[in-house]
Design a protein around this ligand. Structure first.
Ligand code: WTA
Length: 627
């Protein structure tokens, strides 16, 4: 057993365990009840610590002030290696209060939604916490999304205010965040009335009078203190959009009490946090990892963290390791895609920097292949640092399955053991529970405090997506294998969700972007194994009558998807094909498309049910150039 836990399979024991853990927070009114949960259709509800009252920003700021107000919250490492700044919890508290006061003075209040579109600067964390302070619900949209993607998220959550920056810096590039916001707002029938812009690069940006305000002009006009809004444990804290197998991205809703308990608990336990640790999570605040393991978990725990504005490849491929040495990072938490990219650059970029400060390494976001695991362990960690391969999801709020930071016999590529109070199970495609060493669909049979509470504006979709496939359980969308020791190995998504460089992407989203192009009749998108990204995006596209296929058009379509969704979704391959393989009832046979993209034409299986079997021949031929 990797974690110390009593027998937590009974509801009473689980409730007692979590009620005890809830004491890690500073409540305005402490909860007296733990869970009130049912995954059943007729009686569906997920509630934790229901009678508790708290404010998330108090956990992350105020309660540290008396004893560790001067402790460094963030070591901000700028994109430019010479730009570095230390920010204490006291200063962070002040800045958050000021931003909260600015929002308040402009009429933003409890329950209002605020969209954040920010680079990786301390103000991104301040903005999240400022919203939390006044009870507004933030929804961070990753800065790599396009104006269209931004607009649809603003519209879906009905945001009344936006917080952004003039520009973001990523290596040699400047990202025009404010200009993207302007474009997004032009597309909306009822655009938000307030845009607060943080000046990061100082670039001149157009300002719309009556709507746009600048942080530098507002900051000194308001007080550095702000009373925290008392929030019920089940009041929403944030919405975060994520991709599913169908339809447009869902606004996953997390609430205050349970999420905060779980973020703090998992951050402390999984990383065996010590007071003098320097924690560096390389995720962007636009993803759940940035929410739980840069802002809410570590800050609730009073940790010192590196906050990195730039990219690991700039000014050179040694940047990550330079930062580790410079700030004496003790815990590094990153993604397999970054590890694979670094591995390709050669060991010297790593070994020329001192890594003696590292004591623990973490991995998140996608399955880590054993080769990358070993390199991370042997080269980066000099063979002395355990690796925690943490499995979780936007919907789980925090880590659910991970090896212990203390175990030395980790298995390369295994997420291994559930955390205390987490009860995973494997089921077959009919939902039958599977025992022993076996492959299956990964479900959770009980709730945990960090579990998502809903999909914004669409409760039915929440139930249907996660609780209807295998009734009575939460279905993760992942497949997993359990070995003879009872350890879990995540095998990847079993639905139509792609994981490209650790970014979640729905094939349906990319398909609808493609068919929105004037030349496209039909599109089907699948993933294929990619050395660095984990998965690459392979698009099969049939053109409208009379449109001629050409390389130029394929390139144009790649650019089109990039514009519609953002650079993260740029297709690796666009294959123009005369048709798609369909069953006689018209269903696209994705299994066949996947096998072709994977370069396994001998494993197509039975193609006799296809309406036009000859399509496969031409698809195979068309795919040859990608081999
Ligand atoms: C995948 C990221 C294998 C998985 C925190 C999951 C992983 C999806 C791991 C969620 C891991 C995440 N090993 N696969 N350690 N961690 N995944 O919502 O397929 O961006 O369902 O949350 O990433 O991605 P999301």
């Amino acid at each position: 057993m990797a974690y110390d836990a009593a027998n937590l399979s009974e509801k009473s024991a689980l409730d007692a365990f979590w009620l005890e853990e809830a004491k890690r927070l500073t409540w305005m009114e402490a909860p007296t009840v733990a869970s009130d949960v049912s995954f059943e259709r007729d009686d569906f509800r997920i509630k934790w610590f229901e009678d508790g009252v708290l404010n998330a920003s108090v956990q992350c700021l105020d309660r540290h002030l008396a004893e560790r107000g001067d402790k460094t919250a963030f070591i901000f490492e700028g994109n430019d290696p010479s730009a570095c700044e230390r920010i204490s919890y006291r200063l962070a508290h002040e800045e958050v209060c000021r931003m909260a006061n600015v929002l308040k003075s402009r009429g933003v209040g409890k329950g209002d939604r605020v969209v954040l579109y920010m680079p990786m600067v301390p103000e991104a964390a301040y903005a999240m916490l400022a919203c939390a302070r006044i009870g507004a619900v933030h929804s961070v949209v990753f800065g790599g999304f396009s104006p269209d993607a931004l607009a649809s998220r603003i519209e879906d959550c009905g945001a009344t205010a936006i917080i952004t920056a003039d520009e973001g810096r990523r290596g040699a590039k400047a990202i025009p965040l404010k200009a993207n916001v302007d474009l997004a707002l032009e597309r909306l029938a009822q655009p938000p009335k307030l845009v607060l812009t943080i000046e990061v690069t100082g670039a001149q940006v157009p300002l719309t009078p009556g709507r746009d305000i600048l942080w530098s002009e507002e900051r000194d006009e308001v007080a550095p203190t702000c009373d925290p809004e008392p929030m019920a444990a089940e009041d929403p804290l944030f919405i975060l959009y994520t991709s599913g197998s169908t339809g447009k991205p869902k606004g996953v809703v997390h609430t205050t009490g349970g999420y905060m308990v779980y973020a703090s608990f998992t951050h402390e336990k999984v990383f065996a946090l010590q007071t003098d640790d320097v924690f560096w999570c390389t995720a962007d605040v636009g993803w759940i990892t940035g929410h739980s393991y840069i802002v809410y978990g570590p800050m609730a725990n009073g940790a010192t963290q590196v906050l990195f504005e730039g990219v690991p490849s700039w000014p050179d491929a040694g940047r990550m390791w330079e930062v580790v040495a410079k700030h004496r990072v003790s815990i590094l938490y990153t993604a397999p895609t970054a590890i694979r990219a670094a591995m390709r650059e050669g060991d010297e970029f790593v070994t020329e920097h001192d890594r003696s400060s590292l004591r623990l390494l973490g991995s998140v976001g996608e399955p880590i292949n054993p080769e990358a695991w070993r390199w991370y362990h042997d080269v980066v960690g000099e063979g002395r640092c355990p690796i925690v391969d943490t499995w979780w999801q936007t919907e789980t709020g925090g880590i659910l399955i991970s090896p212990s930071a203390k175990s030395s016999d980790n298995k390369p590529g295994a997420a291994t053991t559930p955390l205390p109070g987490v009860l995973p199970a494997l089921v077959d495609n009919e939902g039958k529970p599977l025992d022993g060493a076996v492959d299956g669909n990964l479900v959770l049979t009980t709730s945990w405090p960090g579990q998502a509470r809903g999909v914004w504006g669409d409760e039915q979709r929440f139930f249907d997506t996660y609780f209807s496939t295998y009734p009575g359980t939460y279905f993760t969308g992942d497949g997993a294998r359990r070995d003879e020791d009872g350890d879990y190995w995540i095998t990847g998504r079993v639905d139509d969700v792609l994981n490209v460089s650790g970014h979640r992407m729905g094939t349906a989203e990319i398909e609808s972007a493609l068919v929105a192009h004037a030349s496209v009749a039909e599109a089907a998108v699948v993933g294929y194994p990619h050395d660095i990204k984990g998965q690459g995006v392979h698009c099969y596209v049939t053109l409208k009558q009379g449109i001629e296929a050409s390389d130029a058009l394929a390139t144009e379509l790649r650019g089109h998807v990039r514009n519609e969704i953002g650079p993260v979704a740029t297709p690796d391959r666009v294959q123009l094909s005369p048709g798609l393989p369909k069953t006689r009832s018209g269903k696209i046979m994705r299994r066949i498309l996947r096998k072709i993209a994977e370069g396994q034409p001998d494993q197509l299986g039975d193609t006799s049910t296809l309406s036009e079997p000859l399509v496969v021949e031409s698809l195979l031929k068309g795919a040859e150039k990608f081999a």
